[in-house]
Design a protein. Structure first.
Length: 396
């Protein structure tokens, strides 16, 4: 009698590679399943950040000089610093791919509700961490970008002035500001790591609920994914690392601004004050309408509205029943978000949208009215199309 059982040495491998049934949405457009890329970039950012923290000095006099010291005098310092800087951009690139995939496949309704809420919270923590880290450079662009953003705290009713003082530790950006930003920037990544573990565990529970299958307690505790997904992730990670390596070795400053290689000077304002590219859509929303309170409310609403997606989307249709109209509108919304980011990199010129349409203003330029119109289109997807979606699709 022939024994066809696997050797004892291969049984742990067999158990590790066992197939786990997954929802069909996971098998969709593989480019949009960017969870493995996010895990990779989280590892890169954490390791490079810990090394940089050993040499960084959080004072106004030494912050910029310590970064130059890292790049010139620390062994492989420039490589580590560039990896951390480029990694932040690619982190957000993978994050936006991951979010767009979830929105496209409607992975925010039950049983994915808890998973979606944790994802949006991770996105908020990532934005705060990136803003704090960008401010630590203390270059000309990062200094003024931090100044503009923190000044909007004055617009908060009643507590605005106290909130601004709490953020910066005084009347203007200085050493207390850097100290607070440095501590928070160091602590938040570990909170992100903890929440990432919770997120992955929640994903597995959501998959089980989606397929109406009961998993054993042992299966629910595992963080491993199906081996077919692991194979697909290997392809994505390889292509992603090729892009990361090209930027790191051949174009390390492609995603950064030349102004940030100038020490911060509070007496000289750059021609265009803008954050990094991944904040540009939100920055465009923040500045395009008159009134600081309206701007900060719209910017906050542009992010917090993702928490409301499960309730704004009234449709219960499955992906195969999604209307072609909804799919086209989603593509247009993505293109509009990219256009909004491009507008955020330009000087804000031109009249308000109403004055521009009526011809009542002689002010030249079209960036402001285009930003206002693009902002309206951004919110129209959430507040108009999603609530009406049930009338456009076959409900399950």
């Amino acid at each position: 009698m022939v024994d066809n059982s696997p050797p004892l040495t291969s049984r742990p491998v067999t158990r590790w590679l066992q197939r786990l049934p997954l929802p069909k949405t996971v098998r969709g457009i593989w480019l949009f399943s960017a969870g493995a890329l996010l895990l990779l970039m989280l590892l890169v950012q954490t390791l490079s950040g810990i090394i940089l923290a050993m040499f960084y000095i959080s004072t106004v006099e030494s912050a910029y000089a310590s970064i130059i010291h890292i790049m010139r005098n620390v062994k492989h310092g420039e490589l580590i610093r560039d990896a951390h800087m480029i990694g932040a951009s690619l982190f957000f690139f993978a994050c936006y791919l991951h979010m767009l995939r979830s929105m496209y496949y409607v992975v925010y309704r039950k049983p994915y509700l808890k998973m979606w809420m944790i994802s949006v919270t991770l996105y908020l923590l990532l934005m705060v961490t990136a803003f704090l880290g960008y401010s630590l450079i203390w270059g000309q662009k990062s200094y003024w970008a931090a100044t503009v953003i923190t000044e909007f705290a004055h617009a908060v009713p009643v507590i605005g002035d106290d909130l601004h003082s709490l953020l910066i530790g005084g009347y203007a950006l200085g050493t207390p500001t850097l100290g607070r930003f440095y501590v928070l920037h160091f602590i938040l990544p570990f909170i992100i790591i903890l929440m990432t573990v919770v997120h992955i565990r929640t994903v597995r529970h959501a998959y089980a609920d989606a397929m109406k299958r009961e998993f054993s307690a042992k299966d629910k505790c595992r963080l491993l994914f199906d081996y077919k997904m692991t194979h697909d992730d290997a392809v994505k990670i390889t292509l992603f690392l090729m892009l990361f390596s090209w930027l790191l070795f051949f174009a390390p400053n492609y995603l950064s601004s030349a102004d940030n290689y100038i020490p911060a000077d509070p007496t000289v304002t750059p021609l265009i004050v803008a954050p990094e590219w991944y904040f540009l859509p939100l920055f465009s929303i923040l500045r395009c309408f008159p009134g600081e309170l309206l701007g900060i409310s719209l910017m906050g609403g542009a992010v917090l509205v993702f928490y409301l997606l499960p309730w704004l989307d009234t449709s219960t249709s499955r992906f195969r029943h999604h209307s072609i109209i909804v799919k086209i509108c989603f593509l247009l919304w993505v293109l509009n978000a990219l256009f909004l980011g491009w507008l955020g990199s330009k000087a804000l010129v031109g009249p308000d949208l109403i004055d521009w349409l009526s011809g009542r203003s002689d002010e030249q330029g079209w960036i402001r009215p285009a930003s206002q119109l693009s902002t309206i289109i951004y919110f129209a997807w959430f507040l108009l199309l999603l609530p009406c979606r049930r009338f456009l699709e076959k409900q399950s």
